[in-house]
Design a protein around this ligand. Structure first.
Ligand code: ADP
Length: 574
């Protein structure tokens, strides 16, 4: 809660103004019944029109003050709540951009989305409520009781007796209600999770004809959410009639006792009306308590979900940077690097040591799960090695800032993700200030230029929904162009030429020679590996062999097996 509250600091002045107006509104509201009583006693009962006009005018002024105060307070309250929610979202977004993959593994995507939307909105509503009524409601109860006692102690004692009863009742509602709403929040998370998994996995669901299963999974989650939301709201809504019932009974007693007192002349009709008004104000303010407290307990739960993200230490890599270094040659060296994923016991890479000279093309091969992608992810420091060190240009990678390191590495991941926007935007994602000529050159080298030219809007074609639908191979080549446009010193291709035919792939690899950068390419195809200067054969997180195709054919039995099995597969088609 402390971190969330710190977001209110920049808005001290509007908060002070809002609270000052609350006090003004409250004072005007509390004086109103008093003056109403005086108008009845001095004006109506004595048929004195001057007094009626006098007290009536004062009450009119009070009403205007309450009205204007309320509007200005609402203005500042919404300004503070919306602006601090904006700041929280901005900070959350900034933190997540700096997250390492280790951090991200602690926060599943579905919960991140709920935190950004639901939880921040909850905080925003509570801040608004906090400024509008959270202080006003309890002060109104206290103020009304005090004012009623001032008007007439004996009659006020009747409604004073009901107050502890109502507070006790409200406390019970609160405890039960907050449990119910916490559970509703968990149900919302559950529904979000089902929706997100479903949308992300739509192709698989259709391919496996799992629609009915998914529909029933969603219906279950949705139904539970609806039922729990209904019962929570019904429970809280039932509070109001009960409060009114108790208060109305006490009002009957006030009127009855008040009537007796007026007959004997110990009180006046005006005083009784004023006390009835204070009693009504008390019950209205009390009915707010449940909503305030429930909103507060929900905001507390939301704050607890947001705070770990907001306070996560994200700058540890850059803190180790002694001097800004640029990658100039692209030489890569792994020295006894071992790695296991966070919260996992088994080691994925064991004692990896190898060197890639500047401008060399290295093919990385090995069975699925042998650790190839993991090895790649260590180079741009998406994960940190557990032991050992990676050197670029003979400098430990910990000496580079994230920007310098990643800015000089072109990484093409296994699955090509394109963003909403045009093809040109997607290629320029690799270099924001790239010229049209640079975009075209990168696309030409990635062997996608002619395809793009064949689209009606060429480079301005929108990708995805409502735009051009691209094949897997076309997406791969656009994401390759996105990496090439940076003219990086190191290029990492994580099986990103798998969907290309042999001819296109060969043209791509020829074009890459001009880039004068060190290239590591994960591949399953021996034809691709053969073209590389050296081949790195990985198995179970260890290097089994490293050298040219010819060398590995004579030194590695596993490599020979792979080559033979691929040629056998290809033979019938030759
Ligand atoms: P390859 O690229 O050779 O197929 P990977 O590097 O993707 O292999 O995976 C190596 C091993 O690490 C596999 O056993 C895989 O299950 C595990 N692994 C991959 N990513 C993660 C992750 N984010 N968290 C935990 N384990 C992972």
């Amino acid at each position: 809660m402390k971190t969330i509250l710190s977001f209110l600091k920049p808005y001290r002045l509007p908060i002070i103004i809002a609270y000052s107006l609350t006090l003004l509104e409250l004072a005007a509201d509390l004086l109103f019944p008093l003056f109403l009583g005086l108008m009845i006693n001095d004006g109506i009962l004595h048929q004195n029109s001057e007094n009626i006009v006098f007290w009536g005018s004062i009450m009119l002024v009070l009403t205007v003050i309450t009205f204007v105060g309320g509007i200005i307070n609402s203005y500042y309250s919404s300004h503070v709540s919306a602006s601090s929610a904006y700041d929280i979202r901005e900070k959350l977004f900034d933190q997540i951009q700096r997250f390492t993959f280790e951090h991200l593994s602690n926060y599943p995507t579905s919960t991140l989305v709920t935190r950004f939307t639901n939880d921040v909105r909850q905080i925003q509503n509570t801040i608004f409520m906090g400024l509008r009524i959270m202080v006003r409601a309890p002060l109104m109860v206290i103020g009304s009781i005090v004012m009623a006692l001032i008007v007439n102690i004996k009659i006020s004692l009747i409604f004073l007796l009901t107050v502890p009863l109502l507070i006790g009742f409200l406390y019970w509602v609160l405890i039960k209600g907050s449990k119910m709403f916490t559970s509703v929040q968990e149900r919302v998370d559950q529904v979000n999770k089902v929706i997100q998994e479903n949308i992300a996995g739509m192709r698989i669901i259709k391919a496996f004809v799992r629609r009915d299963f998914e529909v029933s999974r969603f219906n279950n989650a949705n139904e539970t959410l609806a039922l729990e939301t209904q019962s929570s709201f019904r429970f809280v809504e039932a509070t109001m009639p009960i409060l009114l019932f108790v208060m109305n009974i006490s009002l009957i007693f006030i009127l009855w006792f008040g009537n007796l007192q007026t007959i004997v002349g110990t009180t006046t009709v005006g005083d009784v009306v004023a006390i009835v008004n204070y009693a009504l104000r008390t019950v209205m303010a009390m009915s707010m308590f449940t909503f305030i407290a429930l909103a507060f307990s929900r905001a507390k739960a939301s704050a607890e979900r947001l705070e770990p993200i907001l306070t996560e230490k994200v700058d540890h890599h850059n803190s180790e940077v002694e001097k800004q270094s640029q990658i100039t040659t692209g030489k890569i060296a792994f020295k006894q690097v071992s790695f296991s994923y966070p919260n996992e016991k088994t080691s994925v890479l064991n004692d990896i040591s190898f060197k890639a000279e500047p401008k060399e093309q290295i093919a990385v091969i090995g069975s699925t799960g042998s650790g190839k992608t993991t090895l790649f992810q260590l180079i741009p420091r998406l994960y940190r090695p557990e032991s050992g060190m990676i050197y670029l240009d003979n400098v430990p990678i910990t000496h580079f800032s994230d920007e310098d390191l990643r800015g000089n590495i072109g990484y093409v991941p296994q699955s090509s993700l394109l963003f909403t926007g045009t093809i040109a935007d997607n290629i320029k994602f690799g270099k924001e200030d790239a010229t049209k000529a640079e975009v075209i050159q990168a696309a030409k080298d990635a062997q996608i230029h002619h395809t793009i030219e064949s689209f009606p809007n060429k480079y301005d074609s929108v990708v995805g929904q409502k735009g051009v639908n691209l094949s897997g191979g076309q997406k791969q080549r656009i994401s390759i162009a996105r990496a090439l446009i940076r003219r990086p010193k190191i290029l990492l291709f994580d099986d990103s030429t798998s969907a290309l035919d042999l001819k296109t792939e060969s043209l791509l690899l020829d074009a890459l020679r001009q880039y004068k950068c060190t290239i590591l390419i994960i591949t399953q195809k021996i034809t691709t590996a053969k073209r590389a200067d050296r081949i790195l054969l990985i198995d179970h997180g260890q290097i089994l062999a490293y050298g040219s195709h010819e060398k590995l054919l004579t030194t590695s039995a596993l490599y020979q097996n792979i080559v033979e099995s691929q040629y056998q597969k290809e033979l019938p088609y030759v």
